[in-house]
Design a binder for this molecule. Structure first.
Ligand code: NAX
Length: 327
């Protein structure tokens, strides 16, 4: 059996953490042959709750779980880590302006980026889940100049999974009939799930739907505002589905997609006119632990308008964190 992989989860005592840790420990993050050491990174007041989760993890007697560490110390939390799931973040509270939100998160993701830079393993892969995820990833990346930039990614896989499920429901097909349905842009209601390159049982998805009014006026807002719908119904934000998406994201990054497309928010290389450096969602394929943005797609006018709008939002966030001296 391979040697254990160190996986750090920040916000480990939160609700996504609770849904995530057991799945990691059971082997679903890295595969059934890879043992893991879990590092639970929390703030001091939540350490006791994290310890409670650790007791439960122990009680599962997971064969692949080789160790659990719990800490509020960044150096310890990221020491030797191979995969970092940055889940804990500062949520937007009532009346909070965007700049305040970004500044508060800068206070979390900048020191975490520094600690990753100084203490993580050379093959570190980072997934940022905590919102605003794309820009938090940018902040952490800027604070880790020795880590290759492409190792910092943010999560739009939950949006992709929602897009698959809603389309499958509309067309009364199983989700497995759908391929190449990717999210572009920001993890926010402005995101763009692109049906024009997606396929349903081999047919173009936009053609299969054949209803632009439904696409624009029902599907896009439904997927984009699904998080708010969940909060409204549950009285709490998505947790198990978010954890599931984090598992999907990292599993595919590590294990490869065999040519299938998945959505990852990754540093733009300038593809499709998305300004270089911002962390934006694209369709990607992965192999050998690396991802590549799918190239050569023709973007129609409708899609270009949607991509421009969501990318403009990301550029605005990037400029705001630049003004704050965070990137
Ligand atoms: P919770 O409030 O349940 O948990 C957050 C945890 O993070 C708490 O235990 C808190 O103590 C911890 N924390 C705060 N600051 C920390 C720090 N500096 N270091 C370590 N831990 C810290 O939130 P939860 O529902 O788990 O959501 C976590 C984040 O995921 C939020 O920012 C949320 O907005 C975001 N989400 C992102 C999604 C995505 O698709 N990218 C979807 C789901 C979710 O809304």
């Amino acid at each position: 059996m391979a040697s254990p992989v160190n996986v750090t989860v920040t916000g480990a005592a939160g609700q996504i953490g609770y849904a995530l840790l057991f799945r990691i420990a059971s082997g679903q993050l890295l595969g059934p042959d890879t043992p893991v050491n879990l590092k639970l990174l929390e703030i001091e007041p939540a350490l006791k709750a994290a310890e409670g989760t650790a007791l439960e993890l122990t009680d599962c007697a997971f064969p692949l779980l080789h160790g659990i560490e719990i800490t509020a110390d960044l150096a310890e939390g990221f020491n030797g880590t191979n995969v970092a799931l940055l889940v804990g973040a500062r949520p937007r509270t009532k009346g909070m302006e965007r700049a305040d939100l970004l500044e508060a998160n800068g206070g979390i993701f900048k020191p975490q980026g520094n600690a990753i830079n100084d203490h993580a393993a050379d093959d570190i892969k980072v997934l940022v889940v905590g919102n605003p995820a794309n820009t938090n990833a940018l902040i952490a990346q800027a604070a880790a100049p020795d880590v290759p930039k492409e190792r910092f990614t943010a999560m739009t896989r939950l949006d992709q999974n929602r897009a698959y499920a809603q389309l499958a429901n509309k067309l009364a097909v199983p989700v497995t009939a759908i391929k190449k349905l990717a999210i572009w842009g920001n993890h926010s209601p402005s995101m763009f799930p692109n049906l024009f390159h997606a396929e349903v049982n081999g047919q173009n998805a936009a053609d299969a739907v054949d209803d632009m009014a439904w696409y624009e006026n029902e599907y896009l807002p439904r997927v984009g505002k699904r998080g708010a719908e969940i909060i409204d119904a549950r009285g709490a934000s998505s947790a198990a589905s978010a954890a599931n998406a984090a598992i999907d994201h990292v599993y595919d990054w590590v294990n490869g997609t065999n040519g299938e497309w998945v959505s990852m928010a990754v540093p733009s290389d300038g593809s499709y006119g998305v300004p270089e450096g911002i962390i934006s969602s694209f369709p990607v394929t992965t192999a050998n632990g690396e991802y590549e943005i799918v190239q050569g797609l023709e973007i129609n006018e409708f899609s270009q308008g949607k991509i421009d709008a969501t990318v403009a939002e990301l550029v605005g966030e990037r400029d705001a964190v630049k003004d704050l001296g965070l990137v």
